[in-house]
Design a protein around this ligand. Structure first.
Ligand SMILES: Cc1ncc(COP(=O)(O)O)c(C=O)c1O
Length: 369
């Protein structure tokens, strides 16, 4: 085995398409803020790719989620149901709208448990946020059914899930509103950036004016309501457009990486999530036997210059949430054991071999002890 002496990061963007060319065009034209052709081109191309009528860009995924909640008129006194196993931004966007996140455990597929949602619905519940965690789809059939049955809005947090389909339909197209993130570690990036998508024209129109200070389309400086400045810059949209031009290539590269990990680790006691090819393995994630092995393996890989991440800590264990931990046993069982492995598109085959060799070595050493 060739020993690699350099650091292997968990993620890095793949920016070798038209990114620089389009950025140059922005600089030359002086359109560097949120006015400029790339914003509209990126939004239109994104809507087409996802298969949705309308898309409006935002300065990041958290703001897109914040905007989604505000657009649906959810605020003080309202509750939104979310999975406990998610990134904190899902909860932050609710809290920052003045509403309350209500946590629900996940099921064995790591996604929110629809049966447990039913038990948490109160008169204050206004929406469910389905988080398609690590690029795998939630059970949208069941979630759509519940939201209709209880007259709740359905928001899809697809921050990690571009390229992820549920029954041949892209995620983000099932609910009232879907959002995406283009942070530097996402499948496609704009540096910082996000997108809000919907099939509902009036929600789209409202989201557009709320994200831009509440400006009405008719008169730029006639403000009918308070709003935000959540706009994406033309510079970021230029990068986003170039990235989107190569989305299929990037997804193919990422799927190959996940398959390689699966193949090389198949004889070790590590679990992968069941994929049926409708997912986008955003961060390849393995589950090991227990928390002690997880922490030991992460330390061993770090000492060997291989960066990893723990699966998200479930929100209910954070100090801001005082929750009964018994309610969230599956999320804890997954989070205690999960490790995200390097997963960027240009990760070379020899690098994956090296990472897997090191994981195998860890198991050999610990078994000998
Ligand atoms: C599930 C989830 N929701 C929301 C976000 C927020 O996106 P951003 O980092 O673009 O604000 C992220 C970011 O990683 C995420 O993973």
């Amino acid at each position: 085995m060739k020993i690699l002496k350099y650091k292997i990061p968990i993620y890095q963007p793949f920016l070798s398409g038209n990114e620089l060319k389009y950025l140059n065009e922005c600089v030359k034209s002086n359109y560097v803020s949120s006015k400029g052709n790339f914003v509209k081109m990126f939004e239109n191309k994104f809507a087409k790719y996802i298969g949705v009528k309308y898309a409006t860009s935002c300065c990041n995924g958290t703001c897109a989620l914040h905007l989604a909640i505000a657009t649906l008129g959810i605020g003080y006194g309202d509750e939104i149901i979310i999975p406990t196993l998610t990134f904190i931004a899902t909860a932050n966007s609710i809290i920052n709208n003045g509403a309350t996140p209500v946590l629900v455990d996940v099921q064995n597929d790591w996604q929110i448990n629809p049966d447990k949602i039913r038990k948490k619905i109160t008169r204050k519940t206004k929406a469910i946020i389905a988080v398609h965690l690590y690029g795998y789809p939630c059970n949208m059939e069941e979630l759509t059914k519940i939201s209709k049955e209880y007259n709740l809005f359905l928001i899809e947090d697809c921050a990690e899930a571009i390229g992820c389909f549920y029954k041949n339909k892209h995620v983000g197209t099932f609910g009232d509103i879907g959002i995406f993130s283009f942070f530097g570690n996402k499948t496609i990036t704009t540096g910082e950036g996000g997108m809000l998508v919907t099939n509902n024209h009036s929600l789209f129109t409202k989201a557009q004016y709320l994200k831009s200070h509440g400006k009405s389309a008719a008169d730029n400086y006639l403000f009918k309501t308070f709003g935000f400045n959540f706009r994406l810059t033309n510079l970021s949209a230029a990068v986003g457009l170039a990235q989107l031009e190569r989305i299929n290539k990037i997804l193919t590269m990422k799927k190959k990486i996940e398959n390689k990990y699966r193949e090389l680790l198949k004889n070790l006691p590590v679990e992968f999530k069941n994929g049926n090819n409708s997912n986008n393995p955003w961060l390849v994630t393995i589950l090991v036997e227990n928390n002690k092995v997880r922490n030991g393996l992460r330390k061993f890989l770090r000492e060997n210059n291989i960066q990893t991440r723990p699966i998200f800590y479930p929100l209910h264990i954070l100090p801001m949430f005082k929750s009964n931990r018994n309610e969230f046993q599956i999320a804890e069982y997954i989070a205690d054991r999960g490790i995200n492995l390097p997963s960027y598109p240009t990760l070379k085959s020899e690098e994956i071999k090296y990472i897997c060799y090191k994981i195998t070595e860890f198991y050999r050493i610990t078994r000998l002890k």
